[in-house]
Design a protein around this ligand. Structure first.
Ligand code: GRF
Length: 209
């Protein structure tokens, strides 16, 4: 059984969706860089081990990442799932977990990397928006996309309503992608990502109009 660690900084609603999904893999631990993150409560309620590693206590990014790395090794983790983890990871850490670490981002990547995606979508006047699950690479929000969830932007949408709608979609697609990794439906290989044993040309698509 694949052992999963989830890295969080905040509310942890995606963590909750992963817990509720009864994955084939086991969530063996949750790491937060914020002691007040509600995600830690969710983990404790589900009897999942937690570790608080506060980045502000470390002199530089690599030192913080090293401690996280050691914790992941101690839990014997196979897959790292970033779920609202609000720290940029060092290149060394990303390399160590290459092909074993995924993230969910609230935009249709490659559009709107970084922060404030909902407002930026509104500012541009886009008709479509959504979220992307992707492998993590050293470049921010740039690894291969595994799945995308798409919603239509309505005339009455605000940044807040978009955030809520995209969040619901995240809860739908993230567990499905993680489950696909657990069951090896999705596989990371030196020759690229495979879906059911064949090269994955397109991310899985989910639409909620
Ligand atoms: C999500 O919107 C996700 O896309 C982004 O951070 C947010 C985490 O929300 N990476 P939650 O903590 O899972 O509720």
């Amino acid at each position: 059984m694949i052992k999963i660690a989830v890295l969080v900084s905040g509310s942890g609603s995606n963590l909750q969706a992963l817990i509720d999904a009864n994955l084939s893999g086991q969530i063996v631990g949750v790491i937060s860089n914020k002691p007040e993150a509600y995600a830690l409560e969710r983990a404790k309620n589900a009897a999942i081990a937690t570790a608080v590693i506060e980045h502000k206590h470390f002199p530089h990014r690599e030192a913080f990442d090293d401690v996280m790395h050691q914790q992941l090794l101690a839990w014997d983790v196979d897959l790292v799932v970033l779920a609202g983890f609000m720290r940029i990871l060092s290149a060394k850490f990303v390399k160590a977990w290459q092909g074993k670490m995924v993230n969910i981002h609230p935009s249709l990547l490659p559009y709107y990397k970084g922060m404030h995606t909902h407002q930026r979508v509104l500012n541009t006047g886009d008709r479509l928006h959504g979220c992307t699950v992707h492998y993590v690479t050293a470049e921010l929000d740039a690894g291969q996309a595994l799945a995308q969830g798409v919603i239509q932007v309505g005339v009455h949408d605000t940044a807040e309503t978009l955030a809520t709608r995209v969040h619901h979609l995240e809860h739908l697609i993230y567990p499905q992608v993680v489950e696909s990794i657990c069951t090896q439906t999705i596989q990371y290989t030196d020759n690229g990502v495979l879906f059911k044993g064949r090269p994955m040309a397109e991310p899985m698509q989910f639409c909620k109009f």
